[in-house]
Every structure is written in structure tokens, then in C-alpha cells.
Design a protein around this ligand. Structure first.
Ligand code: FES
Length: 148
């Protein structure tokens, strides 16, 4: 199957019902996207499909046809980090960092929907992304920083 990943057309040998996460990590070596729960519950595997946040562990390849897939590796442009990545670094959000990729991708999708989100919109939108280190206050701060 042909996929458009980070602006590049790639061919996968996987079957249409294979998870996007397994293809990204195991076939394309894009390991910035993390495997957390594998059940759509933690958000570690979040990528963008046509700019919308999806759980790649629960997204079959067949659902990606004709759509643009963006992973954390695709946010950097010409060696420059995405403003959301810069904001997360500036606020020094993470401890272990396992949720980082999913948090950043969900934040990009959030700001695509709400360029200046309220605290309630942030909490609603980011609700499915879990950080076991409990860095939520800093995540909210970084989102506000990126929106500013
Ligand atoms: Fe996909 Fe947890 S690994 S939501």
C-alpha cells in the first residue's frame, strides 16, 4: 500500500488491516511515535492524519489512503523545530519523555483547531493523552506558550 508520510510517498508491504503504528515503527523506522497501551487509551502513539490527531495503534493502514500522515519526525522543517516543540523545550515539560511525541502531536492538532485555546479547551482536547510523570501543569503552560 502507498502511504504519504511526512511529505514522502512510501510503500508498505503490510496488509490493509495492519496498524499504522507498527508500520511507522517497524517498517519505516520512525520510532519517535511510541507504543504505550496499544489500545487507544494513552495517546503515546498519536500522529496526524490530514492535520487531525489519531491514535496510530488503532488506525488501520486502509484508513490512511489518500491522506497525509505526519509523525513527530515530520514537524521539523530545514533543521528548525516546530513552535510547539520549542515551547515544550522552553517550559522544560518532560521528565521521562515517553509521552512527549504524542503530547506534541496532539498539541499541534489542538492549535490547528483552536489557535488560542481556553484552559477548558486544552483540558478537553488533551484529555486522552496520559503522562505518568504528572507533568500536566507544565504541558498546559507549554500549550499557552505555543499559542501566544
Ligand atoms: Fe496507542 Fe496507547 S499506544 S493510545
Amino acid at each position: 500500500m502507498e502511504l504519504q508520510v511526512n511529505g514522502v510517498k512510501r510503500n508498505s508491504k503490510a496488509t490493509p488491516d495492519s496498524s499504522l503504528l507498527s508500520v511507522l515503527r517497524d517498517e519505516f523506522d520512525l520510532t519517535g511515535t511510541k507504543y504505550g497501551c496499544g489500545e487507544g487509551q494513552c495517546g503515546a502513539c498519536t500522529v496526524l492524519l490530514d492535520g487531525k490527531a489519531v491514535r496510530s495503534c488503532r488506525t488501520p493502514l486502509s484508513a490512511t489512503q489518500g491522506k497525509k500522515i505526519t509523525t513527530i519526525e515530520g514537524l521539523e522543517v530545514k533543521g528548525k523545530l516546530h513552535p510547539v516543540q520549542e515551547a515544550y523545550l522552553k517550559v522544560d515539560v518532560f521528565q521521562c519523555g515517553y509521552c512527549a511525541s504524542g503530547m506534541v502531536m496532539s498539541t499541534v492538532a489542538l492549535l490547528n483547531n483552536y489557535p488560542n485555546p481556553t484552559e477548558e479547551q486544552i483540558k478537553d482536547f488533551m484529555n486522552g493523552n496520559i503522562c505518568r510523570c504528572g507533568t500536566y501543569p507544565r504541558i498546559v503552560k507549554a500549550i499557552n506558550e505555543a499559542a501566544a
